[in-house]
Ligand binder design. Structure first.
Ligand code: GDP
Length: 452
């Protein structure tokens, strides 16, 4: 347990119903008793865990605010330490003043993520679960929230445990082999050994694949809408957002800059930007916008390239078509009007015919978006790698086990293969935080906000 008792405001800064000052550490209840006076006269130290008292925050006999003190005694608290949560009225100044009282009575200001870090250090959660708490806080859509919740419940850790159990069995067999090299050890004949390694490799690979798909769900897909002026980009953007974000006008070149918006389509969050029309132009202001558009085209994960089928295609359209990659969906807009465009330009490409004006073909467009960005579906119940750190650990584990497999096939000694298997195990134990350096732990919690 840590020597310092720490405190911070655990609710967002701003106006709200209540603000909570959380205090954690050996001295938490003593410090709370110095800062809080219950109307009943009872000291918090005499309360059992999970009890509340109503009273006021006082400093030099001056009342700061009414408060409710909630007492948790070690180890039955979020951090595993003594914890007091003081709920005061939800205003920035009130919460700040209450925190000052607590700090003046002996608490230190908590660092970013310090409460969660203490929970981790006191065995309340593993590193993967701690990371998932951060994801729960920042979840942008239902699936992301579900994935983070499942990770917090430990399904990622359980999955890793299943894989490590297999590795530990192998490790045990290799140890026996080291002592009795002439004996036939169960599981270490080459075909069985290889099969076990393949199974471990396959399971880690499956887990690795969840990272990219999970990232799409958590962070959304950077999507840009491109096309010549007046083809209907802003109208499409508005259809997707179901609100007027972009300027829709008949004058070519009016969407001069990038308009950003976030929209969730069938569980996928799109970070949309409607860019200035791509067109050869002499207008310097518009030119800057066009350059930005082309840059976006290259930097976006998904491109919705809009064309107006009611007009013949020209060189600008051809230029755009040739600039598009696999991440693009060609949106043939204005299909409510007579089509005069040369469709042969799109042969073999991913096209959807819509009318942004009449809202037709939009469901089909959603289907194409889903197909293009989400090649691997995540159910929300499965174990998903949710941080770059976790992905790096899993990647190291995968590379070690692949190397072990290769070594075994090339006839290297079982001991040497065992070393590679141990590397794989270390990487997985680092993933869940069972074997991890202080630097790694510090790095994880640095990303948290103060108060969490
Ligand atoms: P942008 O310059 O590409 O953003 O184009 P806008 O969205 O501003 O649209 C230009 C013009 O085309 C506006 O008058 C829109 O109402 C019209 N427009 C957009 N989509 C459609 C469509 O599907 N059908 C028809 N008939 N007109 C459309």
């Amino acid at each position: 347990m840590s020597e310092r008792t720490v405190a911070a405001i655990s609710t967002p800064q701003g106006e709200g119903g209540i603000a909570v000052i959380r205090i954690s550490g050996d001295e938490a209840i003593k410090i709370a008793d110095k800062s809080f006076r219950a109307f009943s006269g009872q000291k918090l130290e005499t309360l059992k865990g999970y009890s509340a008292a109503y009273g006021e925050i006082v400093s030099d006999n001056k009342v700061i605010d009414d408060a409710v003190a909630l007492v948790f005694t070690s180890p039955k608290s979020f951090t595993g330490e003594n914890v007091v949560e003081l709920s005061v009225h939800g205003g920035k100044l009130v919460a700040r003043d209450a925190l000052r009282v607590v700090l003046s009575n002996g608490a230190d200001l908590a660092g970013p993520g310090e409460f969660t870090k203490r929970a981790y250090l006191n065995g309340k959660l593993d590193l993967a679960s701690a990371e998932s708490i951060m994801e729960i806080i920042s979840a942008k859509n239902e699936t992301a929230l579900k994935i983070s919740r499942m990770a917090k419940e430990g399904n990622l850790s359980r999955e890793i445990e299943e894989i490590t159990a297999e590795i530990l069995k192998l490790d045990a067999a290799i140890s026996v082999y080291a002592d009795y090299p002439d004996e036939e050890i169960e599981g270490l004949d080459t075909p069985t050994f290889l099969k076990t390694l393949e199974k471990i490799e396959e399971n880690i690979k499956k887990l690795l694949e969840t990272y990219d798909a999970g990232k799409v769900i958590r962070e959304g897909v950077d999507t840009c809408i491109v096309g010549k002026p007046n083809v209907g980009k802003s109208t499409l953007m508005n259809v997707l957002c179901r609100e007027d974000r972009s300027i829709v006008t008949d004058v070519a070149g009016t969407t001069r800059d990038v308009v950003e918006s976030t929209v969730t389509v069938d569980g996928i969050t799109l970070n949309l930007s409607d860019t200035a029309g791509i067109r050869s132009t002499e207008d310097t202001v518009e030119k800057a916008g066009v350059e930005r558009s082309v840059k976006r085209l290259n930097n976006s994960a998904l491109v919705l390239a809009v064309f107006d089928v009611s007009r013949p295609f020209d060189n600008d359209d051809r230029k755009l078509i040739s600039a598009l990659g696999n991440n693009a969906i060609i949106v043939l807009n204005k299909n409510d009007l007579q089509s005069v465009a040369d469709m042969s330009l799109f042969e073999g490409k991913n096209t959807v015919s819509i009318s942004a004006k009449d809202n037709s073909g939009i469901q089909k467009l959603y289907g194409e978006i889903e197909k293009t960005v989400n090649s691997r579906k995540i159910s929300g119940d499965e174990a998903v790698l949710i941080s770059e750190r976790q992905r790096n650990c899993a990647k190291r584990a995968y590379e070690s086990i692949a190397e072990a497999k290769k070594s075994l096939l090339s006839g290297i000694t079982i001991d040497a293969v065992g070393v590679l298997i141990d590397d794989c195990l270390s990487a997985l134990l680092e993933l869940t935080g069972k074997r991890v350096t202080n630097e790694v732990t510090d790095e994880v919690f640095k990303r948290f906000c103060v108060g969490k």
